[in-house]
Design a protein around this ligand. Structure first.
Ligand code: DGL
Length: 271
């Protein structure tokens, strides 16, 4: 048993897709979230920069004595796999939990993967999917404008700007006949309605944040690290830029009002 918090980080709002599920599957756990909003997006930066940022983000969480670190970021999970060896507590990214579910979901063995440019260039999802099942054909597409859309609160399916952008990236994938689409960046489930609308209802969307939350429960159970508390856990949010925009989208997305004083700005360069 361990009553310390679970640490979750992302470049911005995307990791909230994991937090939303953690609140469902592990309601008694405390969560500390760091969104690197001052340096978002990560997905078009070099691998060295992404690795450096990821280590700083994890160090910040470790300073809060977290019992597990979740890189709720497809980009970090794809290019900074060595983080696991550097932090000394259980760690997960989002790629493996997501791949396990996609492999079980596809019926026609045609799987689409969307992610940031760095994630798609790494072929992390494709490689892991084909290791699990070599018969799976993988169709990849980077969608670099999705993260800025989400970070700037353009998230409604009824917004023509959102639909046009989603169509621009996904029309080709749709023609490939995939029956399963991995949203390989944790920001993308915030655009879920628009993505589902463009892909059609017959395509199953896999939410990397959600799958990672389920996987986290398994890890904590296996390691004997679940909390002993029976009360609802607390959630603290930290960002590296002004909390204003974060608070707005976070409240809508998590479906709960986030108290002003529970979001704090920190200087991530100190870590
Ligand atoms: N949520 C991050 C991911 O899953 C976004 C990365 C970025 O900031 O570009 O890849």
């Amino acid at each position: 048993m361990n009553n310390n918090a679970i640490g979750v980080f992302d470049s911005g709002l995307g990791g909230l897709t994991a937090v939303k599920q953690l609140l469902q599957v592990l309601p008694e756990e405390d969560i500390i979230y760091f969104g690197d909003t001052g340096r978002v997006p990560y997905g078009n930066r070099s691998n060295d920069t992404i690795k450096k940022y990821a280590l700083q983000d994890a160090r910040f969480l470790l300073e809060h004595k977290v019992k597990m670190v979740i890189a709720a970021c497809g980009t970090v999970s794809s290019v900074a796999g060595d983080l696991k060896e550097k932090i000394g507590v259980p760690y997960t990214g989002v790629v493996n939990p997501t791949v396990y579910t996609a492999v079980r979901t596809t019926k026609n063995n045609r799987v689409g993967v969307i992610g940031t440019s760095a994630t798609i260039a790494s072929h992390s999802y494709k490689r892991r999917l084909q290791e699990e099942n070599p018969d799976i054909q993988v169709f990849e597409q980077d969608c670099p404008l999705f993260v800025p859309l989400v970070e700037n609160a353009f998230i409604e399916r009824t917004d023509p700007l959102v639909i046009l952008t989603v169509e621009r990236y996904l029309n080709k994938l749709k023609e490939c006949g995939v029956d399963t689409l991995i949203m390989g960046c944790t920001h993308y489930p915030i655009l879920r309605e628009a993505i589902q609308y463009v892909m059609g209802s017959e395509v199953t969307l896999i939410d990397s944040g959600m799958e990672t939350a389920y996987y986290t429960k398994k890890v904590l159970k296996r390691e004997g690290l679940l909390t002993g508390s029976t009360e609802q856990g607390s959630c603290s949010f930290f960002v590296s830029d002004t909390p204003d925009g974060f608070e707005k989208v976070a409240s809508v997305f998590l479906g709960r009002q986030i108290a002003d004083n529970s979001i704090k700005q920190i200087d991530i360069e100190e870590y």
